[in-house]
Write a protein that binds this ligand. Structure first.
Ligand code: AMP
Length: 278
């Protein structure tokens, strides 16, 4: 039976006996409105650990003033029921926005500068600050993050490494709908027409991965041309980057690359990415 806890104190109290007993602890931070992508992280955590903790917190710090914080989907009862069926031990859902720190910001330099960091100023400060507090509260051995949010994964890896946090950051592959669209809580906001239009995002990524010959500039231009011509899609960015630093790549490159895109479909902003390798 899943235990739902709403405060830092309760979370620590419930987890302490497990820790004392030497149980390994796997942690999956989420903003709720759970889908198959989240559940793949939960399954991975269950395979690797004795105890699984999932957090559900719509993090106010990671939304810009004109973004969808107010309308972000929330259904704690439904999410808790799903996690109960998946054998999750503890759901930590801080009861109020008061969980968000007011005097401390965790700011990761470098990898945060481009892409989502440029389009959403302050976004990664908000993510890193809350994830740091969640990790500090839960104290997991392993924390699970989706490659769907590829830049976020690199930001949190850098944070954990640089602050010597005693946690292993585990990356999990992107879970997709049958037509390739990455599962996302935001997909629920797409009308049927928008949902059809959104399939252009993974299609463009797949096309570029399929024709990858090592020319980063060519791949980026193909991606941009395809998405700029896609009906109902308003491209924010499309880049081909070094998979570790996210520096944009130019010309022919020897190793793998990562293609990353963000686009609006109607009022919904979607992101996706794919590895480019021979
Ligand atoms: P969110 O609730 O959107 O903050 O996501 C919580 C975690 O689930 C993050 O680590 C995301 O990267 C991960 N996630 C979201 N969508 C997917 C997906 N389609 N496949 C794999 N992981 C995902």
């Amino acid at each position: 039976m899943t235990r739902l806890v709403r405060t830092v104190g309760q979370a620590r109290e419930i987890l302490e006996p497990h820790r004392r007993a030497g149980a390994s602890l796997g942690f999956v931070p989420t903003m709720g409105a759970l889908h198959d992508g989240h559940l793949s992280l939960v399954r991975a955590a269950g395979q690797d650990n004795d105890v699984v903790v999932v957090s559900i917190f719509v993090n106010p710090l990671q939304f810009g003033p004109d973004e969808d914080f107010a309308s972000y989907p929330r259904d704690l009862d439904a999410d808790t029921a799903v996690l109960d069926r998946h054998g999750v031990d503890v759901v930590f859902s801080p009861a109020s926005a008061g969980f968000a720190p007011t005097t401390v910001t965790v700011c990761v330099a470098g990898v945060t500068e481009r892409l989502e960091g440029a389009s959403r100023p302050g976004h990664f400060d908000g993510v890193a600050t809350i994830v740091a507090k969640l990790l500090h509260t839960v104290g997991p051995d392993r924390a699970y993050f989706g490659e769907k949010d590829y830049q976020q994964l690199l930001v949190l890896r850098a944070m954990a490494r640089d602050l010597a946090m005693p946690v292993e950051i585990v990356a999990c592959p992107t879970v997709r709908e049958p037509d390739g669209l990455a599962a996302s809580s935001r997909n629920a906001g797409l009308s049927p027409d928008e949902r059809a239009a959104a399939a252009a995002l993974p299609a463009a990524l797949r096309a570029v991965a399929g024709s990858w010959g090592g020319d980063a500039g060519y791949a980026r231009d193909c991606l941009r041309r395809t998405l700029e011509a896609a009906p109902g899609v308003r491209l924010d960015y499309a880049e081909v980057c070094d998979p570790e630093t996210l520096e944009p790549l130019e010309g022919v490159v020897g190793g793998p690359a990562q293609a990353l895109i963000a686009a609006h479909v109607g009022a919904t902003r979607l992101i996706d990415n794919i590895r480019l390798e021979p």
